[in-house]
Design a protein around this ligand. Structure first.
Ligand code: FKS
Ligand code: ZN
Length: 688
């Protein structure tokens, strides 16, 4: 399995800048790259990466996306006079040229392709390229929005051509719409493009009609272009996560990419003078992590925008640190998506329901909404707007100085000294990279007594007790951050789980336990009454009734053996719930004969690692031994294998999941994906 994280960077790409006065371009400065790189060096992250040299892209590389005429025109720019550079620049929107930009643009493409090569040849697992100029606005024959060549679009074509990659997912989390990427792959079903962007009903740059949610792609590519327009500024961590849980991730898993490319712009983070959004830099740890189990972990992040140098540098570090495998910082205070975000998410899901099984039961838009949206846009926008989006004059900034936004520095993300330990029945060798856990502490008499009372019935009482003491010690070592993950093979999952959760909720260190049970079996639900634990059980047992707002019995007709239904549950119910709950410990139980598809279980295990500082204790029944090695590998951060393109979940499962989601969304706001009163409310311009 490929290991390591690539970092592709060359200082040469700082050697061009704006040579004249242009308010639209003054934010795109060389320091964007130097501060990002310096932050990686100072934090010690750079030296943990595999440093990969850049190269110049060849004409052949560039021609994968751009026209010969355009390439020839850009080739001439190094020898133009200042005046001629200005004139050349004027034919495009919001971009500037410099005598050295052609060289840098070739390096930016080349850096991106070097990254793709390293990942595809399995020299590394994943990586990031820090580049200038950015790429996602540039088009076949046009520079636009600081972009000269479309780095990521070229990379997608290159990977298809050179490595036989069948499906590429491009995730554009930059705050601007990468219309250049959209145009390139509009009719191409082999490249799925997802972009969220500040839109404000088409009043924000590049002000394009085709950036709205109803541009879904054309011809064979219909359904493979996904736009999430943000119609208000101030979108925050909840809004971004909701878009991932309810739009991107279900589609991405259904699509099943062989490679994930990220247009990693950080102008979508707080403090950015362009984006005016409120998501904090640590959210990029989560966005990154949530993508890291797709495509067998093959993920290439390529810098696009980001203009607040502090926010940019922090966000770059969060991204790289996650690629390296350090535990994610728990995201605090997730109040759920704002009304406007829910409305956008609802619109996208409904526009795409005919293309993706995961949306087949998404609510339709009210008829009124479909038409008003279009009217709003058409009133504002006279016909004949240029495709490049550069034709419309920007309103001058009349506000004067921007208010300074402050936010706390992202927390450190220390990795515990031991990564993953195992408790196996006598004599079994631990899986690769895992230490056997040896109990060092004897529980206090109080705890021992409690254990005796609750667990030592039956003939092998003392043996059970000893085994449970080991488990308790393991939980405590995890709480003390001495150990990140544990895996225990036990003779009764139910008992072990009851014991571990009881201990965890009665010690002062752990205040919230997320219990995830895969398969049928009796599970202790009484811990969920006061919210100290939350229980999600995915099973084929219909009878379960919900006992509290902390109890989620998920019934699937074929139980966990239906991969599509299982993943739908994980992505759109379990993850949003888990993020909102923000557990300090995750207990993941594999019940006997759960029937869960091996790789789907590994996906679940991998995905849950972004919670609770990466602390997961997996309990499995001895009969499920075949899962030990692969589960240990997933706990160690190795990407889970791809599931293959997912089919449709059973319609009756979709209906019951939707019913559960609706019932719980009052208590759990991150479960919201449908605007109940869309089209019936009049004006509320507040963000919340
Ligand atoms: C000034 C208007 C500036 C141009 C915005 C370009 C954004 C570029 C970017 C990229 F990633 F390409 F760098 N309008 N008020 O951030 O999307
Ligand atoms: Zn941007």
């Amino acid at each position: 399995m490929a290991m390591g994280t690539a970092l592709v960077y060359d200082e040469e790409m700082t050697k061009y800048k704006l040579l004249w006065v242009d308010p639209a371009c003054k934010i795109e400065v060389p320091e964007r790259l130097t501060v990002s790189h310096e932050a990686l060096v100072l934090s010690g992250l750079a030296e943990r990466c595999v440093s990969i040299p850049v190269r110049e892209a060849t004409d052949g590389d560039i021609l994968l996306v751009h026209s010969e005429e355009y390439l020839e025109a850009v080739k001439k720019t190094p020898s133009l006079s200042l005046e001629d550079l200005m004139t050349f620049t004027q034919q495009y929107g919001d971009v500037y040229f410099h005598p050295n930009i052609y060289h840098c643009a070739k390096l930016a493409v080349g850096a991106t392709l070097q990254l793709v090569d390293s990942v595809m040849m399995e020299k590394v697992k994943n990586g990031m390229a820090l580049v200038r100029p950015p790429g996602h606005h540039s088009q076949r024959s046009a520079a636009n929005g600081f972009c000269v060549f479309n780095n990521v679009a070229i990379a997608a074509c290159y990977a298809k051509k050179n490595y036989g990659v069948k499906r590429v997912l491009i995730v554009d989390w930059d705050v601007h719409h990468g219309q250049g990427v959209q145009y390139q792959f509009e009719d191409d079903p082999s490249v799925l493009y997802f972009s969220w962007h500040r839109y404000e009903h088409q009043s924000y740059w590049p002000k394009l009609r085709e950036s709205d949610y109803d541009s879904v792609g054309k011809d064979k590519g219909a359904g493979f272009n996904i736009n999430v327009p943000w119609n208000k500024v101030g979108m925050d961590n909840s809004d971004y996560l909701a878009a991932f849980f309810h739009v991107l991730l279900p589609v991405a898993y259904e699509f099943c990419p062989d490679l994930v490319l990220v247009c990693a712009g950080f102008d979508s983070a707080i403090g950015d003078p362009e984006g005016h959004m409120c998501a904090t830099p640590d959210i990029f740890a989560h966005l990154t992590h949530l993508l890291m189990n797709l495509a067998g972990g093959k993920l290439c992040a390529v810098l696009e925008g980001g203009y607040n140098l502090t926010s940019l540098a922090q966000s770059v570090c969060q991204t790289v640190q996650t690629l390296l495998g350090d535990p994610c910082p728990p995201p605090k205070e997730l109040p759920g998506p704002c009304k406007s975000a829910v409305e956008s998410i609802h619109c996208v899901r409904s526009a795409h329901k005919q293309y993706w099984c995961c949306f087949s039961h998404a609510a339709d838009l009210p008829v009124s909404e479909r038409s008003t949206k279009r009217c709003k846009a058409e009133e504002k926008q006279p016909t004949g707007v240029e495709h490049t989006g550069g034709g419309v004059q920007e309103e001058d900034e009349v506000k004067g100085e921007e208010l300074e936004v402050v936010w706390p520095e992202p927390p450190l993300r220390p990795a515990p000294p031991a990564h993953t330990v195992v408790v196996l029945p006598g004599g079994e060798a631990p899986p690769d990279g895992c230490k056997p856990f040896t109990s060092q502490h004897t529980p206090s008499p109080v705890i021992l007594n409690r254990l005796r009372e609750s667990f030592s019935e039956g003939s092998d009482g003392e043996d059970t007790l000893t085994a449970l003491c080991v488990l308790i010690d393991l939980v405590e070592e995890m709480e003390r951050n001495k150990i990140r993950n544990g895996l225990a093979l036990v003779d009764s999952v139910s008992t072990a789980m009851r014991c571990a959760v009881q201990h965890a909720v009665t010690t002062s260190l752990t205040n919230r336990v997320l219990l995830v049970c895969v398969g049928d079996g009796v599970v202790p639900a009484h811990f969920t009454h006061d919210g100290k634990a939350i229980l999600v059980q995915i099973s084929a047992k219909e009878s379960e009734v919900q006992k509290s707002k902390y109890h989620f019995p998920v019934y699937l007709k074929k139980g966990c053996s239906d991969v599509a239904g299982f993943m739908q549950t994980v992505l759109s119910i379990l993850l949003p719930l888990a993020y909102e709950y923000n557990p300090s410990l995750v207990l993941l139980a594999l019940m006997p004969h759960s029937g869960v598809f091996h790789d789907a279980w590994l996906q679940l295990t991998g995905l849950l690692q972004s919670l609770a500082h990466g602390h997961t204790l997996v309990l499995m029944q001895e009969s499920e031994k075949v899962f030990v090695n692969s589960t240990a590998s997933a706990l160690q951060g190795n990407p889970a294998p791809s599931l293959g393109p997912l089919g449709a979940p059973l319609p009756e499962d979709m209906v019951s999941l939707e019913r559960l989601r609706q019932r719980m969304q009052q208590d759990w706001k991150l479960l919201q994906n449908t605007d109940g009163d869309m089209g019936t409310k009049s004006t509320s311009d507040e963000h919340r």
